[in-house]
Design a protein around this ligand. Sequence first.
Ligand SMILES: N[C@@H](CCC(=O)N[C@@H](CS)C(=O)NCC(=O)O)C(=O)O
Length: 408
Amino acid sequence: MFNQAKVLEWENLLQISKKGTTVHWKSTPAQSPATVVLSSHLSKIREGDKPLVVLYRDTNAWCPFCERVWFALEEKEIPFDVELIDLNNKPKWYTDMVPTGLVPAVKIEGELFYESKTILLELESRFAKIPLLPENPQEKTVALEMIEACEKGELFQAGFKFIRSLSEQNQELEELESDLELNLNEIEKALQKYPGDYFLRDFSLVDIMYIPILQRFSANLPVFRGYNLRGNEKYPLLNRWLQAMNNRRVYQLIKPDDNTNHILGKNLFKLKPIRSGLELIPDYNGSDPQQDRFEAAAKLSDNHKTVTKDILENSGIKAWVNEDSCQKVQEYIDLSLRFLADYLIQGGSTSCLTYEIINERAIAAIGAIALSYIRNRVCVPRDLSAGAAQEFRTAIDKIVSSIYSYST
Ligand SMILES: N[C@@H](CCC(=O)N[C@@H](CS)C(=O)NCC(=O)O)C(=O)O
């Protein structure tokens, strides 16, 4: 018989896993999303004091412009509060406050700023301790020119026109592709200007301006257009830059992952993946896998009630569970989630791959459904960081395949 005592209780799971992650979040179980990633530097302010900065960003953390501001705040180690704005139902106070009604916006000591570029430059002039623009005046001029070039949006438009084109005409697609390549050539040239991996001598606001755009291209071009940016020999410096960005700890916290970009492409922009036979080069996560697993386990442990409710309501399980067995099913879901958290904490070693001890077929079946459902629900960085989501999905794949091997 399955020995439930072997799987730790939520309290213990949370206690253990929280110790292994440096990610900070707040649980908001009554809202969606049920967790909000917090500033990493809130401990720098005295208890009871409010951070000087409030960031208004989109609820789902999909907005590339919000990503810029979040990235800069973390790199500059500025403590900030977060207010989430539901873009499908913007609160009146927000549209009254921000003339464009767009995110991101920030308040710095009560003063409002909007438009990502304006916000980045304002943060730079007010928080000088960790600079993200060069001191050297000539290099600073180049930096500001590069920021303006990005703001002009030619690269952005060329890439998204190509990705989102509904045309099936080869000639039209080829034209869109070469237009994008002209813009990518400019990026490759700009990356030649200074030694090192970044646009300037050091990491700067220029990198922050460009990364949300180029990362989304690198995720979506292969899937929706059969065009690889990653590993593309035409763009060695761009590839080196992407790698360098991925090695930044802060970027790992705030970046979206390929899965999230693909789902957004399909669901929000109604794009159709094409079968190009192209090799998909996975994104690189320069984060620490152990910390990633602890983050995933900790968030799951903190949030398990909402996750269980979501599985019950939306995975389809309810369709074939009657009132009498609902309680049991809930218990089995809970057990499977605890098993997952435990598995993540243990490091996914084969010795703990013991789902086969679950010799009750019902638990195994419900576990497989529940875990497969949440595997595809995770949205990055809204729910988990990119590395944590990767560990989370890998763990689920291993557990579900062990259930399968055991049952066949
Ligand atoms: N130029 C703006 C663009 C901001 C923007 O387009 N934000 C989008 C989300 S990605 C938005 O707020 N959309 C809501 C709307 O259009 O009502 C910036 O750089 O901040």
